[in-house]
Design a binder for this molecule. Structure first.
Ligand code: ADP
Length: 158
C-alpha cells in the first residue's frame, strides 16, 4: 500500500522551516500532500491562491509532493485521501504540548492514523509564519526565511 503523509497547516506563508520538514520526510513516504487548511474563523494574511502557488513552486521538482486546500477535520481528509500519516514539525516544548493533544485527539477519531513528528533543525527553531508576516507588514526583508525563488514582494495585497 502506498505510504501517503498529509502535512496540514496554514502556510501563511510557507517558510524554510516548512520546506525543510517536507524535504526531510520525503524518503519516508511515497507521497506527501501539503494541505492548506481553510478556516472561516481565521482570516489569513496571504490569499489562499497565492499560498497554494508558492508551495507548488517550491516543490515543482518533486513529483511526490502534492498541494491541496481543505476545509474541515484533518482526519476526514486523511480518510478521503487514504493518508495514514500526519506530518508535523516540532520547534519548542510549546509546539509539543499543542501537537500532543491534537495528535492524540486525531488518533482517537481515526485509530489507523499516526502522527509523525520531525524536530526542527536548529537554524529554524525561531522561525514561524507569524514573524515572516510581521516583517512583510513592516516593510522588512523576509527572503532569508522563505524558500528560495519565492518573492513575497510580488504579493498583490488582494
Ligand atoms: P505556523 O505554526 O508557523 O503558523 P503552520 O500552522 O503552517 O505554521 O504549521 C504547519 C506545521 O509546520 C506545524 O506542524 C508546525 O509545527 C510546522 N512548522 C512551522 N514552522 C516550522 C519550523 N520553523 N520548523 C519546523 N516545523 C515548523
Amino acid at each position: 500500500m502506498e505510504k501517503i503523509a498529509l502535512f496540514p497547516g496554514s502556510f501563511d506563508p510557507i517558510t524554510r522551516g516548512h520546506e525543510s520538514i517536507v524535504k526531510r520526510a520525503l524518503p519516508l513516504f511515497d507521497k506527501i500532500i501539503v494541505a492548506i487548511g481553510v478556516n472561516d474563523q481565521k482570516k489569513s494574511f496571504f490569499p489562499l491562491q497565492q499560498r497554494l502557488g508558492w508551495i507548488n513552486k517550491v516543490f515543482r521538482d518533486f513529483p511526490e509532493v502534492e498541494v491541496i486546500t481543505y476545509e474541515g477535520l484533518t482526519v476526514d481528509l486523511c480518510k478521503k485521501l487514504n493518508a495514514m500519516y500526519i506530518l508535523r514539525g516540532l520547534r519548542t516544548s510549546a509546539d509539543f504540548e499543542f501537537e500532543r493533544s491534537i495528535g492524540q485527539m486525531n488518533k482517537k477519531m481515526l485509530p489507523g492514523v499516526e502522527t509523525v513528528f520531525f524536530l526542527t533543525t536548529p537554524e529554524y527553531t525561531a522561525l514561524n509564519s507569524y514573524i515572516v508576516r510581521d516583517i512583510i507588514r513592516n516593510g522588512g526583508d523576509a527572503s532569508p526565511f522563505i524558500p528560495e525563488g519565492i518573492d513575497l514582494s510580488a504579493f498583490n495585497g488582494q
